[in-house]
Design a protein around this ligand. Structure first.
Ligand SMILES: [Zn+2]
Length: 164
């Protein structure tokens, strides 16, 4: 039986945070980079990441015909090279149909990557046309962990009453 989905598919409105001027500055940094460096195959996405110190680090998608490495990964590497211990926030942008950079949600791999560097990192997301700010733990609420890494003992599944 299907349940009709009427609610917006974006993040839980209770889990979003007010955008600040620092968030807009982060977006502008990513936007400027993409305008400068965009290439339809080699550099399709730019990212900007704010370290715990407040410094902004840039990242750029690198791609070839068969290989694509997300912009978030080089932004993260740049932050770590500068010895940032924590990542405050991140945004990625890609070109829309009018060659204007637009906030772009992190892919599944980047959600896992970012979350492994801190569950509290803020991510600017495209919530169906509105830019919103959520924490990475809200984009990946049940991260991959080995059974030996959990802080709990997971009980085996048990069946309840039959589905109606
Ligand atoms: Zn990615």
């Amino acid at each position: 039986m299907y349940v009709t989905q009427t609610a917006r598919r974006g993040p839980d409105p209770d889990a979003t945070y007010e955008l600040s001027s620092a968030d807009v500055e982060l977006y502008e940094a990513a936007r400027r980079l993409l305008i400068t460096a965009h290439h339809s195959e080699n550099h399709r996405v730019a990212a900007a990441m704010r370290g715990g110190s407040g410094t902004i680090y840039l990242g750029l998608h690198i791609g070839s015909k068969r290989i694509n490495v997300c912009a978030e990964s080089s932004a993260l590497a740049n932050a770590r090279i500068a010895q940032e211990d924590t990542i405050h926030s991140v945004v990625a942008v890609s070109m829309d149909g009018s060659s204007e950079p637009q906030v772009t949600n992190p892919c599944g791999l980047c959600r896992e990557l970012l979350r492994s560097y801190g569950a509290e990192t803020f991510v600017l997301v495209d919530a169906e046309g509105e830019v919103e700010k959520v924490r990475i733990k809200e984009l990946l609420p049940y991260p991959w962990m080995r059974a030996t890494e959990t802080e709990w003992e997971t009980r085996p599944p048990r069946s309840g009453p039959p589905d109606t």
